[in-house]
Design a protein around this ligand. Structure first.
Ligand SMILES: [Zn+2]
Length: 249
């Protein structure tokens, strides 16, 4: 029985790899030095290399459902647990209402990219028609325990409607991107470098059907088409070359 996937692997080695062989050789000999951490949704229609015109060695990629950033300290506030909870010994009621949500490969990738690879840009890229965002307004299969928990990382971005239309979903997708940028700033190694202007944060919303990346402009508080934007969407915590900006300490 033909195995199409196996055929593709063989074709990669025979047809595609020779064009990249010297590039990969260099990346092995010198190691990888990507300057960009790209946190994107796992959606198959989001192809980071296509969007950014990059190739091997350029992007340190981490992808998950929704392009979410887990909290640095491993906990999320869970008001549902706040009532009627007997605080376990040694924990306050408030602490008991915070839920442990670690371990997270995404959190580990952020720490590695910043501390080890010393990236200078972190992109959070959501997109149109995101199933993860849509799921925030519906039910998740009961056996999908991990997915249900994971989706809570986007909960704050939702709007108070029962049945979201296209506009609400688009706004939620964009609000979720901003929420993740804010959560990134809770990582001490990220905050420190953003404040020193060694790292810039970029919030993107990719509109699949139009081939347009909307970039978050913190000063205007909105997402702007890349064709009309003045920069690649740095925000919400500054850092682009603004001559009027005060010098970094
Ligand atoms: Zn998605």
């Amino acid at each position: 029985m033909p195995d199409e996937l196996l055929d593709r692997l063989r074709r990669f080695h025979d047809d595609a790899f020779p064009q990249y062989q010297s590039t990969f050789r260099l990346l092995v000999d010198d190691g990888q030095h990507p300057t960009t951490l790209f946190i994107g949704c796992s959606d198959s229609r989001l192809v980071p290399y296509l969007l950014t015109g990059t190739g091997p060695g350029d992007l340190f990629l981490v992808r998950n459902v929704g392009a979410f950033v887990p909290p640095y300290d491993g906990y999320v506030d869970d008001p549902r647990d706040a009532s009627g909870v007997d605080a376990p010994r040694g924990r306050t009621q408030l602490e008991a209402a915070r839920r442990w949500v670690g371990y997270h490969g995404t959190a580990a990738a952020i720490e590695y990219a910043v501390l080890q690879l010393q990236v200078t840009r972190i992109i959070v890229c959501g997109h149109s028609h995101c199933g993860g965002i849509r799921a925030l307004y519906g039910d998740v299969a009961p056996e999908a325990r991990n997915l249900a928990q994971w989706l809570e990382l986007g909960r704050e971005a939702t709007l108070p409607v029962a049945e979201p239309g296209a506009e609400v979903l688009r706004r939620t997708e964009q609000r979720a991107v901003v929420l993740q940028l804010e959560r990134l700033m809770d990582y001490p190694m990220v905050r420190e470098r953003v404040e020193r202007r060694q790292i810039s944060l970029h919030g993107w919303h990719y509109v699949i059907e139009d081939g347009v990346v909307l970039v978050f402009d913190v000063q205007r508080g909105e997402f702007i088409a890349a064709s009309a934007a003045e920069h690649a969407g740095t925000g919400p915590y500054h850092h682009y070359d603004d001559p009027a900006a005060p010098a970094a300490p």
